[in-house]
Design a protein around this ligand. Structure first.
Ligand code: NDP
Ligand code: GDR
Length: 320
């Protein structure tokens, strides 16, 4: 039975990737940092089947010890300070975790077992002020936030450990992917939760920032399959993963509100608090390489995704 070690196990992608790897017969070891309250909500249904162990990307020793103890064949580095607005408030912490954390994990791999296959969760935020439309593996980067800058470091250090030490180090450049398990502060989940609250009379309006920014949104459950496929290839590489479609925040609102028979214009208020110092206006992927070499295709389309998220929040609030 192969062993996979996943950092960021308590996050959105950690939960979907664990489900996938368990189905494929892996032993799953998930790394979580210590917290004073329980934050295993997204993996509570998996806790009998996976091992959750303590470790932190800010602590080199903890990563070395985990690789020594659990001897994984594959490491998926999903942990990060992943919220773009927070990266302006805590830029140094974002750099330490999201950028240098990657080096710490790669160093642990180099010292403990350089044969480990490594996946780095890179991001379309590296394209930032886009230099080409759509964006593919060769598109030059122009990050627009401390988060984007940190991810760019993580990407390049991954490429460098591949080229310098012959480590199987792959960088998945994933465009936005969402689900009912998405954090409540990200715009898609903020909208689906807001719609459900308004529908049940628990809120009067929904305050958002820039409604015109456009994203290539897919379903997280589809994207973790691409991560696994990347580590099953003969060689490590960089892969863009997305749907190849883009939609505005406004369109997301339209579909989400109309699903419950409401008009978003009656409820959405634009609030300056949610604008960013620098915006990424338009992201759209060209996932041709993943389609050709990984044979990967996303299964869930935009409208289905919005409806899935709104329905899940309606259900959750009904139960609550
Ligand atoms: P989440 O924000 O849901 O999860 C992030 C995870 O990282 C959490 O488990 C968090 O733990 C953990 N973490 C944060 N800091 C540390 C640390 N110092 N040491 C160890 N663990 C830490 O992110 P997603 O699941 O959405 O994304 C997974 C990865 O993919 C991230 O790296 C993200 O930047 C990247 N990405 C995401 C995309 C998306 O659209 N979702 C697109 C492209 C890239 P805790 O629960 O304790 O906070
Ligand atoms: P993003 O996701 O920054 O793309 O990063 P987010 O959902 O936060 O923002 C998407 C776009 O929506 C606009 N927006 C708002 N965003 C939030 N969060 N809250 C609002 O009220 C709001 N109103 C409008 C934003 O300005 C932005 O243009 C996500 C994260 O998962 C990263 O970790 C990941 O790398 C990238 O996706 C790909």
């Amino acid at each position: 039975m192969p062993t996979a070690l996943i950092t960021g196990i308590t996050g959105q992608d950690g939960s979907y990737l664990s489900e996938l790897l368990l189905k494929k017969g892996y032993r799953v070891v998930g790394v979580a940092r210590r917290s004073s309250t329980i934050n295993t909500e997204r993996i509570k249904h998996l806790l009998d089947d996976i091992s959750v162990v303590q470790g932190d990307l800010q602590d080199q020793g903890s990563l070395l010890a985990l690789l020594e103890e659990y001897k994984p064949e594959e490491v998926y580095n999903l942990a990060a300070q992943s919220f773009v607005p927070t990266s302006w408030n805590q830029p140094a912490l974002t750099g330490d975790v999201t950028a240098l954390g990657v080096t710490r994990m790669l160093e642990a791999i180099r010292f403990v077992n350089p044969k480990i296959r490594f996946y780095q969760a890179s991001s379309s935020e590296m394209f930032g002020r886009v230099q080409e439309v759509p964006q593919k593996e060769s598109t030059p980067f122009y990050p627009r936030s401390p988060y984007g800058v940190a991810k760019m470091y993580g990407h390049w250090i991954t490429v460098n450990y591949r080229e310098s030490f012959n480590i199987f180090a792959t960088s998945g450049i994933l465009f936005n992917h969402e689900s009912p398990r998405r954090g409540l502060e990200f715009v898609t989940r903020k909208i689906s939760d807001g719609v459900a609250r308004i529908k049940f009379g628990l809120a009067k309006d929904l305050r958002l920032g820039n409604l015109d920014s456009q994203r290539d949104w897919g379903f997280a459950g589809d994207y973790v399959e691409a991560m696994w496929l990347m580590l099953q290839q003969e060689h490590a590489d960089n892969y863009v993963i997305g749907t190849g479609e883009t939609h505005s925040v406004r369109e997301f609102c339209e579909v989400a509100f109309s699903h419950v028979g409401l008009d978003y214009k009656d409820y959405v208020i634009q609030d300056e608090r949610f604008y960013r110092p620098a915006e990424v206006d338009l992201l759209i992927s060209d996932p041709s390489m993943a389609r050709a070499s990984l044979k990967w295709e996303p299964a869930v389309a935009f409208k289905e995704l919005v409806i899935m998220m709104v329905d899940a929040d309606l259900e959750r609030l009904k139960k609550g």
